[in-house]
Design a protein. Sequence first.
Length: 180
Amino acid sequence: MDQQAFAAAILTWHDFFLASAGASAALLGLLFVGVSIGLSALAAGERADLRARAELAFANLLYVLIVSLMLLVPDPEPLGFAIGLGTIAALGLARAARGARALTGPAIAAPSRRRGIRRLAWTVVGDLLLAYVAVAFYLSGDPKAVVLLMAAIFVLLIGAADVSWEILVTVSREGADDRA
């Protein structure tokens, strides 16, 4: 497919990527507020798992924001998107691998470990979808792969929301226990 046809096809998704950029930026701001309110719990040396969860949610939202902003660039071309998406996917998978130790390590109780694996799975699936789209854009420049990009954005947003909610519940429970 030539670059003009690719750009025209991507342009049809403009409103979706504009909305996902705005939503991820707003959620990123709310995550900052939530983390700053529960900063003492996250800063505690023994709570590496909470920090890893907050980093996971932050990274997911940041990747959604970057991908969405990339696709709002005028006159897009498949090779540039392929390189950008591939880089984001590689960074996301590397971050997930590093976070896996903190979320599933031997110091974590079995039920929490299972929840950590589930929350980590959102990120891994989203990053693998990003990688697939990067390869599709690189090999064929097929803009139909953008549907999978939409799926990746939803998966990363759901993963960030899941992790953020769990952090909120954990910090509020621990705060209630401390006050009791």
